[in-house]
Design a protein around this ligand. Sequence first.
Ligand code: ADP
Length: 298
Amino acid sequence: MSRQDTDDRKSTDDRKSTDGPLQNGQRPGSERAQGGIDGEALVEIDGLTKIYDPGGADVLAVDGLDLDIGHNEFVCLLGPSGCGKSTVLECIAGYLGPTEGEVRVDGERVRDPDPSRGVVFQENRLFPWKTIGENARFGPQMRSAVDDDRIEELLGDTGLDGFEDAYPHELSGGMQQRAELVRLLANDPDIMLMDEPFSGLDAMTKELMQEMLLDIWEEESRTVLFITHDVEEAIFLADRVVVMTARPGEVKEVIDVDLERPREFDMVTTEEFTSYKERAIDLIHDEAERAMAQAEGQ
Ligand code: ADP
C-alpha cells in the first residue's frame, strides 16, 4: 500500500450471526457472539451492564452484553452515537468497572488497565512536549523494556522515518495518528482497543490509515477491537462486525465478513462489499433513528 508523509462473535441464543451478506444466508448464532472464533476466546464479555449515575439520574448505557473475541481476530463494534460502544471498550481496557457482569482476558477478570491492552482514541494521547521518538519510548521505559530497533521498525512501517525528533504539533493529523499507533505498538499489546481512531481525518487519509492498520495487523499477531459508526470502515476492516442496538447497548447482530485478505480499498466498490454494506446499513438504520429520538428527548 502507499504511505504518504504528507497525508495526505452474543449472539446470545436470541440473536443471530449472519454468515455473509445474503439476506437468507443467516444462520443461527452460536451460544455467544463468537462466529469466527477458532478455539478459545481471548476476550470474554459476560452480561456486561453499565449504569452511569450523573447526579443521581441513572443512565443505563450497556445492558447485559455478551461477546467473545478470538485470538488475532479483528472485530468492529458498529453502532449509533451514544449506544455504549466506548463504554464496552473502556470496560475491556480496565478504565471502567462494570455495574454487573464481567470482562475476562485470557481467563482473568479485568480489574485495572494493563499495557497488554493498548488503547487509541480519536484524539491522540501523545505528550506535546515530547518528540515522536520520546513518545514511543515512554511506555516501554516505564517497564524498562525499550527496544530501539523495534521503534525504528515501527516508524518505518508507519511512514514516519525521519520524524523521530519532530514534535506532535509539527505533524499533520494523519501523521499524529500514525505516531499514536507507533506509541501503542511500542508497548507490544496483545489487544489493540481502538475508539474511532480515524474519524477526525479527511476521507483520503482515513483510507490510507485503514490500509496501513490492516498491513500491520496482518504482519503481527494482534487482536483488535475497533469502534466505529462508519459502516464502510467496519466492513473493510473486520473479520466480524458486531452491530449494536441504540442505548442501552446490546448486540443486535453479528456479521461475519468473509471478504478475502489482504484487503485494498478498491474492493469497496465490488458487489460483494456492497452487499455486506447494505446488510449493515439495514441493521443499523432503525437503531440510528432510535438513538436520534433518544438524543432529542434529552
Ligand atoms: P458511544 O461510544 O456509543 O457513543 P458511550 O459509551 O460513550 O457511547 O455512551 C453511552 C451512553 O452513556 C450515552 O448516553 C452517554 O451519554 C452515557 N455516558 C457515557 N459516559 C457517561 C458518564 N461518565 N456519565 C454519564 N453518562 C455517560
